[in-house]
Design a protein around this ligand. Sequence first.
Ligand SMILES: Cc1cc2nc3c(=O)[nH]c(=O)nc-3n(C[C@H](O)[C@H](O)[C@H](O)COP(=O)(O)OP(=O)(O)OC[C@H]3O[C@@H](n4cnc5c(N)ncnc54)[C@H](O)[C@@H]3O)c2cc1C
Length: 294
Amino acid sequence: MKIERGVALGRYTTLGAGGQARAFARPTTVEDVERALAWAVERKLPIVTIGLGSNLLVADEGVDALVLKLGGELISAEVRADLLIAGGGAPNAVCLHRARAAGLGAFEFACAIPGTAGGGVRMNAGAYGSDWSEILRRALVVDERGARWLTPTELGLSYRRSALEPGQVVARVEFRLEPRDPDEIKARVAELQALRKAAQPTNKRTFGSVFKNPQHALTAGLMLEACGLKGHRIGGAQISPRHANFIENADGARAVDAVALMAEARRRAHEEYGVELEHEVQFVGPLTLPPCGR
Ligand SMILES: Cc1cc2nc3c(=O)[nH]c(=O)nc-3n(C[C@H](O)[C@H](O)[C@H](O)COP(=O)(O)OP(=O)(O)OC[C@H]3O[C@@H](n4cnc5c(N)ncnc54)[C@H](O)[C@@H]3O)c2cc1C
């Protein structure tokens, strides 16, 4: 496995912004992942695993870490009985396709989530009343101590959260699904995709929801809309005119533009509603948000 230097990460993210990785590797087997982790530990380099970069904001100055992008057998998916067995880097679209072809349902909600099986475990991704914790049987997690299977409880899955740490790589995922007519699955997917298209920007570069929904009557999107932030622009980044909890790359956005918009959104939500919005998007590299009050 080759370790590459200075790989630009923007093209591995759905936003299309961000600097370089100090080191970059594409492990294709669990053994490769173990070797990559040992290499990084020896050099005291942090690890960042990326999936399809659909919930990532990468710092413009890049990241001083070994970035792993899974490949080979770690991006494939197959069905065995009622189990969908996927590599940690398998795109949700591939998983959904395999499940539907085998007449297995319960993964339809993921048609709206443009990430991977492993990224979904890390984020406990979810939509339309379901999430990874509902269908996950177990995940093979590799860290510097080796590889072991963890259950959803051991993974500590809750709303857009898991207990996984950056040095822990989800190499394989097993989902337990249920028999369903492929035509019924197809119809449900079409219905969910139409709902998504009507409510969110689907033809723009974004990183999905910026903030988690707060414990409040208003969702983050409605709160930011009520603060008058739809269409607000800083540099090349813009709060989506369609849905205020999305930031679009309007024109050559930099991470710093997105962070400035996030800071402004948090400041306004705090001022108007006394709520401290927590970001859902994952930061890679030296990015921070100022406290809400400033
Ligand atoms: C248009 C759009 C719509 C979206 N809609 C939804 C939605 O409805 N619901 C929802 O939950 N999310 C949504 N998202 C966000 C995103 O798709 C999910 O969070 C997704 O699960 C991220 O997967 P990923 O593989 O792209 O992970 P990345 O964005 O690459 O990474 C996200 C986090 O997971 C970690 N990670 C990734 N892969 C692994 C791995 N194999 N092992 C360990 N850690 C890993 C990363 O280090 C990072 O911390 C949306 C995003 C977009 C762009």
